[in-house]
Design a protein around this ligand. Structure first.
Ligand code: GLU
Length: 481
């Protein structure tokens, strides 16, 4: 059997973290099994679907490295297929037209509520006679197509992640609507609804494993009934745990981020984010291993190592992973990713002439970054912003003899057009000799004078970067004046 799996997002919003994580599990499973990963866009809800969301979903999956083998397929281009299935269900007597008005359905719900019963459709139009049907149509009522759900059925499946799952037919809310008939097009059953379209597509696309979030469990019970009615082979189902926030509730907009775009803008790297999502609910056979590429994870991925319990979203862990990826990234790559953040912070960068300078800057700040968005804060002094001197730094500068030392450094620096690392070392050596002081004192004083702090990234590198724009001289002059 060749494994065929799919991700089936609805383009009613940007690529969501939950959908992306489902895509990760599907992708890993497909790659592990040398199967096929399909992208299907579930756009039958035409009012809420938008093409820019489809684009966002595609670019988000691509950004994360989740390439698909077939598709994107669009449900709106496959309406004929759903209509054939609906007709087949009507012909077999598995489905019927229901003419209830929204007021009637509302009354039904109110009556059930008054009796403390769960809301459900009471199947009242299941057995209409031809005359009753015609009479209702003569009233100008519009029908929906409902699929018969036997209250006495027990639906059982062996979920690959959760084991045996049992649902009672009576808990599925009565006969379910599978299509609406739009006024403009009465013969076509116009709009198929989610459960019907999913099943028809999964059958047509020969999906072997449906891997999706556990919020779809009740749908699975309904869908199994549809597979049976359509005489199709039922695929394996694997319901993955939801992503929870720190309070143990489903991660939502209130937690500040939901879409992959949000994470990108916050300065997470795709490799780190996708690595983190892999760990959200899955444990590698070697449970101590936490850093891996998608391809590495794919060699080890099995569904039986996906947890049943909800997966708590852990920002510290994501930050930690992101920093691991940032710290090992070569400066020539990092600089490209950091430039937009510098530009957004308002720093003037000339992408041509400043390029080597910017790359050195990236190399210098790389080890202090947790997110790309930290770049402006970690480098603002190297971009010549006015220094606020800390008390410690002031005390260092005010120490006896320190200003003379800084003056000597400044004088030597002014003699060279552009400082190199060797020259910088030479200047420090000379000044050490002249003043007969320890190198440490000079380094501390110079750091205080140039950066206004006694701690920070490599001093010589910082100095070289400032020197490129002449800001080292301006700062030392400022301190000495
Ligand atoms: N369109 C559904 C969703 O986005 C797909 C669910 C499924 O995978 O069947 O949740």
């Amino acid at each position: 059997m060749t494994v065929r799996v799919r991700i089936a997002p609805s383009p009613t919003g940007n690529l969501h973290i939950g959908t992306a994580r489902t895509a990760v599990f599907n992708w890993l499973f497909a790659r592990n099994q040398e199967g096929t990963f399909i992208l299907r866009v579930e756009d039958t809800d035409q009012e809420r679907s938008r093409s820019e969301y489809t684009e966002n979903i595609k670019s988000g999956l691509t950004w994360l490295g989740l390439d698909w083998d077939e598709g994107p397929f669009f449900q709106t281009q496959r309406l004929d297929l759903y209509r054939q299935a609906i007709q087949a269900l009507l012909d077999k007597g598995c489905a019927y037209r229901c003419y209830c008005t929204s007021e009637e359905l509302e009354q039904m719900r109110e009556a059930q509520k008054a009796k403390n019963q769960a809301p459900r459709y009471d199947n009242r139009h299941r057995h209409l006679t031809e005359e009753q049907r015609q009479a209702l149509e003569a009233e100008g009522r519009k029908a929906v197509i409902r699929f018969i759900i036997d209250d006495h059925r027990e639906i059982v499946w062996n979920d690959v992640i959760r084991g045996k799952v049992v649902w009672k037919g009576s808990d599925l809310g009565g006969d379910m609507v599978i299509a609406r008939i739009p006024e403009t097009d009465e013969q076509t059953f116009g709009q198929p609804l989610y459960n019907l379209a999913v099943v028809v597509d999964d059958i047509d696309m020969k999906i072997t494993h449906v891997i999706r979030g556990e919020d779809h469990i009740a749908n699975t019970a309904k869908q199994i009934l549809l597979y049976e009615a359509l005489g199709a082979t039922i695929p394996e189902f694997a319901h993955s745990p939801l992503i929870l926030n720190q309070e143990g509730r489903k991660l939502s907009k209130r937690d500040g981020v939901t879409s992959i775009d949000d994470f990108r803008k916050m300065g997470f790297l795709p490799d780190a984010l996708v690595n983190y999502m892999t760990l959200l609910g899955w444990t590698a056979p070697d449970s101590t291993q936490e850093i891996f590429t998608l391809a590495e994870a794919a060699t080890q991925f099995t569904l039986d190592r996906v947890n049943k319990a909800g997966a708590k979203f852990d920002w510290d862990k994501l930050d930690w992973l992101n920093s691991q990826y940032l710290h090992k990234m070569p400066a020539n790559e990092l600089v490209e990713l950091v430039i937009p953040y510098w530009q957004e912070a308002g720093y003037e960068v000339n992408l041509k002439s400043d390029r080597p300078w910017l790359e050195q800057m990236a190399a210098l700040i790389g080890p202090s970054l947790t997110r790309l968005s930290d770049a402006p804060k970690e480098s603002h002094l190297l971009f010549g912003e006015t220094v606020t001197y800390s008390e410690e730094a002031m005390a260092q500068i005010e120490q006896e003899g320190v200003k003379d030392i800084l003056k000597a450094v400044l004088d030597s620096t002014e003699k060279v057009s552009e400082l190199t690392e060797e020259m910088a070392q030479e200047i420090i050596k000379e000044v050490t000799k002249t003043f007969k002081v320890k190198k440490g004192l000079i380094m501390r004083s110079l750091r205080a004078g140039l950066m206004g702090e006694l701690h920070g990234p490599d001093l010589i590198q910082s100095w070289l970067l400032l020197n490129h724009k002449g800001w080292d001289k301006t700062r030392l002059q400022g301190v000495l004046s």
